[in-house]
Design a protein around this ligand. Structure first.
Ligand code: SF4
Length: 687
């Protein structure tokens, strides 16, 4: 049955993790698609931000890849699909025969659907390796790790809807939803603010969210733990803890309290660069509210102590009993439209679908029974580790919709490493900086041309639907993977449509088991959804946590300065974030005229006193230099940063800030420390 009506088809915005619904209908020109509001969409009720409103600009774009390309004598030539598939399968077999399965790496993509990512990780595991990962490693891997360890599930505890209706205090740390999740901000948070919710934002940069906040704590980059310890110490000293909740539902409280026995709040406030009385006021607002909700973003997660940063937010929620009911919780705001789902379906080096640890023998066997082959049990490499091992122990790479040469830290080294691979295949909709290095480039369909499911930031699984024909010689990622899998292994990959893949996902993932395409309908369902009568859970942990003993884990953490701190040669802390019109490495968004017009080039915010000392005029080009590279950008002289801090965006491929950032990893979650690198600003440069 066709899913198109006169009104168009209902689908989901391809950009951020809010998961806004919209309608698409075909225009008069071949391939043209237009957006109409979907007023009944469950998340956004018809509203879209600038990115969602401009999302069709990349669909019928003249630079879309239209044919498979094979590199020959250093140049790409057009090839048939058959030639491309033959080369890919020959090379993958050769690498496995000569070097073993762990010599290949696989990168999934949060821009692709659950079904496509599920197939990619199944392909990796059938090949015999756990070297498979996705870009959550660069955004919320530490959040997922801390939430899973201490509460049980690596996802937002609550829903945007219940937070708007019930939260009295919003504690937003290291996130800027007004820029990065605009509809979540305008439809939910701002609405709550208008109804008198109190907002605290902790962030080193003045931004759109801080301008709406009642209290902005402009913390120095990398000092979130001491700031939260001041808050926790004050809560203990004033007896604002929820003793009943702690007694019934947590463990580790006594040890946690001991870690703060000797804690000096004045000294900590100085380390953070925030007045003690402001932190204490924020603590009182949070701890004495009826319902207080925490939001966290990459300002917390992208540190070498990212897992501990998020653990301290969990400590705050557990100590005050702010979990397990509407308007509370610890809520990561996810960046891409399917980063939650990409993790759910097991596109990670350490978990199989449904977050089954690779060393859980019993549960692994259940997956093996459905898949019909033995799963690899050797721990895999994360995506940053795969890039670091390229040319050393990793010799082949399969990349679906990712651009690590721009997105990974220490990007010059990433490029140097990927150049040493024996074989790389990239499937994408545009030629990216990574695809330029590939041996085979496969043209994939865009978001408007394919169907499948995506899972948004509050665990809502929603259906995307194709609105227009498959252009040129492109193919769906799903069809490419079924072909590669079938050619390599003969069976296990014969799926004719996304729904058939989803039916297998339901068999191996209990949290999706109660969902079917019919049940998802237009509203979607929030996981966990265990059986066909289960309506899903808008908020988690009402009675118990999903840990082995059902208790939430408290664990005190101490300040760990960034691994690279300013010195004489590199006297600034460089920190990064993005703006509303940005999306990842700009492969799509810089090709959108509407988005590109707003901020056509990269820039760096420099404090006026630093600018005066260095002789920098507003809008002058400067060179940012770190131990790993140098990039020329325009200086914006303003007070959005404190002295000694500079702030830029990793969005632009022609001034790639990730050539400067540090690739040191959080030891638990293996997320890199993007948010704090030592750098200097050189003035004498040609633009
Ligand atoms: Fe798309 Fe996110 Fe904007 Fe919604 S808020 S329209 S999902 S980019």
């Amino acid at each position: 049955m066709s899913e198109k009506s006169e009104d168009g088809v209902n689908t989901i915005c391809p950009y951020c993790g809010v998961g806004c619904g919209l309608k698409l209908h075909e225009g008069d020109e071949q391939g043209e698609v237009n957006i109409k509001p979907w007023f009944e969409a469950p998340v956004n009720e018809g509203a879209l931000c600038i990115k969602g409103g401009a999302a069709t600009e990349v669909v019928d774009h003249e630079e879309r890849l239209m044919d498979p390309l094979i590199r020959e004598d250093g140049e790409f030539r057009e090839a048939t699909w058959d030639e491309a598939f033959e080369l890919i399968t020959d090379e993958m077999q050769r690498i496995r025969d000569e070097r073993g399965p762990d010599a290949m790496g696989f990168f999934g993509s949060s821009k692709c659907t659950n079904e496509e990512n599920y197939l990619l990780q199944k392909l990796a595991r059938r090949y015999g390796t756990n070297n498979v990962d996705n870009c959550t490693r660069m955004c919320h891997a530490s959040t997922v790790a801390a939430l899973r360890q201490s509460l049980g599930m690596g996802a937002m505890t609550n829903s945007m809807r219940d937070l708007r209706e019930a939260a009295d205090v919003f504690w937003i740390q290291g996130a800027n939803p007004a820029e990065q999740h605009p509809i979540a901000h305008s439809q939910y948070f701002r609405q709550a603010i208008l109804e008198d919710a109190f907002v605290v934002q902790v962030d080193p940069h003045v931004n759109k969210t801080s301008r709406d906040a009642d209290l902005h704590l402009q913390v120095k980059p990398g000092t979130d733990i001491p700031l939260l310890n001041v808050v926790l110490k004050m809560i203990l000293d004033n007896d604002w803890v929820d003793e009943e909740f702690i007694e019934a539902r947590t463990e580790g409280y006594e040890e946690f309290v001991e870690t703060l026995d000797e804690f000096d709040s004045e000294e900590a406030a100085e380390i953070c660069g925030v007045p003690l009385e402001d932190i204490q006021r924020a603590a009182e607002e949070y701890a004495t509210a009826e319902n207080a909700a925490i939001f966290t973003g990459m300002g917390m997660s992208q540190h070498a102590c990212g897992t501990d940063n998020v653990q301290n937010l969990i400590n705050l929620a557990l100590a005050t009993g702010n979990l397990g009911r509407p308007g509370t919780g610890v809520n990561p705001l996810r960046g891409q439209n399917n980063v939650q789902g990409t993790c759910d379906v097991g596109t990670m080096y350490n978990t199989f679908p449904g977050y089954i640890p690779i060393d859980d023998d019993e549960k692994r066997k259940e997956v093996e029974e459905v898949w019909g082959f033995e799963l690899p049990t050797t721990p895999g490499l994360s995506n940053v580790e795969i890039s670091k091992a390229a040319g050393d122990t990793v010799h082949g790479l399969y990349v679906m919709g990712e651009n690590p040469i721009i997105s990974e830290p220490n990007a010059n080294e990433v490029k140097r490493r990927l150049e040493q691979l024996e074989f790389m295949v990239v499937q994408d909709i545009f030629m990216s900086e990574t695809a330029e290095l590939a041996d085979v480039v496969l043209p994939a369909t865009s978001w408007a041309e394919r169907g499948g499911t995506v899972t948004n930031t509050d665990r809502r699984v929603q259906r995307m639907r194709a609105a227009t024909r498959v252009p040129g010689n492109t193919r769906h990622d799903l069809d490419i993977l079924t072909e590669v899998g079938t050619r390599l292994f003969g069976d296990g990959f014969e799926f004719d449509a996304p729904e058939a893949v989803f039916e297998e996902i339901r068999q191996v993932m209990p949290i999706y088991h109660g969902m079917t395409y019919d049940r998802l309908g237009l509203e979607g369902l929030q996981w966990p959804c265990y059986d066909k009568d289960d309506e899903g859970d808008p908020y988690l942990y009402q009675e118990t946590f999903e840990t082995a003993n059902g208790l939430g884990k408290m664990r005190g953490v101490e300040h760990q300065p960034p691994k690279e701190v300013p010195d004489e040669e590199y006297p600034f802390v460089l920190t990064t974030a993005r703006l509303e019109e940005h999306y990842n490495t700009g492969t799509m968004s810089t090709r959108s005229p509407t988005l590109n017009r707003r901020t056509p080039e990269n820039f760096v915010d420099v404090h006026p006193e630093d600018a005066e000392r260095l002789g920098i005029e507003d809008e002058q080009y400067v060179k940012l230099v770190s131990r790993r590279g140098e990039v020329v950008v325009k200086a914006n002289v303003n007070e959005n940063v404190e002295q000694g801090v500079i702030w830029s965006t990793p969005h632009f491929a022609d001034s790639p800030i990730n050539q400067l950032t540090n690739d040191v990893l959080d030891p638990v979650a293996k997320i890199p420390e993007y948010k704090a690198s030592a750098a200097r600003v050189d003035v004498d440069v040609e633009p």
